[in-house]
Design a protein around this ligand. Structure first.
Ligand code: ZN
Length: 163
């Protein structure tokens, strides 16, 4: 299983809710955790491995979470700007402004409710992964000019990597 990258339509499709937590769901979570660890990421959303389901895994500062059908329930008005990247847009980074604190609610793999409030990197990862479930990418938060130049850089690096 490979991490899908920019240009793959699955990254732009709003993901479907998980209806029942079954063996398939557990298998998807296992693949996601593996992919996140292998890529040394702090979070991963199911569409990034080509599965259009609302599942997110997070691994921030030693805190590990699996969330089924997560919803962003609260974000602070206060924002923070920080350099951000994405496993699906490898090789490029940009300053993105996001809420400094964020809370999500979802369901864990055993079916119990989960509520996580984070600040700093965790708040950022929460918002970034929820974006993925809605078909959004971090570069959508940039100005059109900045986004174009980032995409140019990304395409150039991708061409170089393929030659
Ligand atoms: Zn991402």
């Amino acid at each position: 299983m490979t991490i899908r990258t920019y240009g793959d339509p699955v990254l732009r499709r709003p993901a479907e809710p998980v209806e029942t937590i079954d063996d398939e769901t557990r298998d998807i979570c296992e693949q996601m955790v593996e992919a996140m660890i292998r890529a040394d990421g702090v979070g991963l959303a199911a569409p990034q491995i080509g599965i259009s389901k609302r599942i997110v895994v997070l691994d921030v500062d030693g805190e590990f979470h699996i969330l089924i059908n997560p919803r962003l329930v609260e974000t602070s008005e206060e924002t923070e700007s920080f350099t951000e990247g994405c496993l699906s847009v490898p090789g490029v980074h940009a300053e993105v402004s996001r809420s400094a604190r964020a809370t999500i609610e979802g369901t864990s793999l055993d079916g119990s409710p989960v509520r996580i409030t984070g600040e700093g990197l965790l708040a950022r990862a929460i918002q970034h992964e929820i974006d993925h479930l809605n078909g959004n990418l971090f570069l959508d938060h940039l100005t059109p000019v900045r986004r174009q130049s980032l995409l140019k850089e990304f395409q150039r690096k991708r061409r170089e990597a393929n030659t």
